[in-house]
Every structure is written in structure tokens, then in C-alpha cells.
Design a protein around this ligand. Structure first.
Ligand SMILES: [Zn+2]
Length: 62
């Protein structure tokens, strides 16, 4: 069985799953999972979204 999300390296349960920055849903192996990474003050930050729609909503609100 081919798992198209395996390149994300995720094997998490709901408690340790990242939360969508827009809607707050736990993201557990969502194929639409999006991660935004940036460097600020010398450290790496991540922001997770459950879908492109939530990512777009966050970008609009920012
Ligand atoms: Zn979301």
C-alpha cells in the first residue's frame, strides 16, 4: 500500500498532533496538511494548517 503522506514523517496520535493555526483541529495524517516554516530571532518556527483553505484564511487575517 502506497502512503502518499509518508514523506511528512508523521506517526502521531491525536494528543501529540499539531493543531491547525486557523481552526484548531488536530492534524493527524491529513493529506492536506500544510506546514509553514520560517526563521525568527535565530530559531525556526512552524505553523500548521489542516488544509490550503485554512492556510489561505490565516494569510488573509494576518
Ligand atoms: Zn484548519
Amino acid at each position: 500500500m502506497v502512503d502518499p503522506t509518508s514523506d511528512l514523517g508523521e506517526d502521531v496520535d491525536e494528543e501529540s498532533a499539531p493543531r491547525c493555526a486557523t481552526c484548531g483541529d488536530a492534524i493527524v495524517r491529513e493529506p492536506t496538511h500544510r506546514v509553514v516554516t520560517w526563521v525568527e530571532d535565530g530559531s525556526v518556527h512552524h505553523r500548521h494548517f489542516c488544509s490550503d483553505d485554512c492556510k489561505a484564511d490565516y494569510d488573509d487575517a494576518a
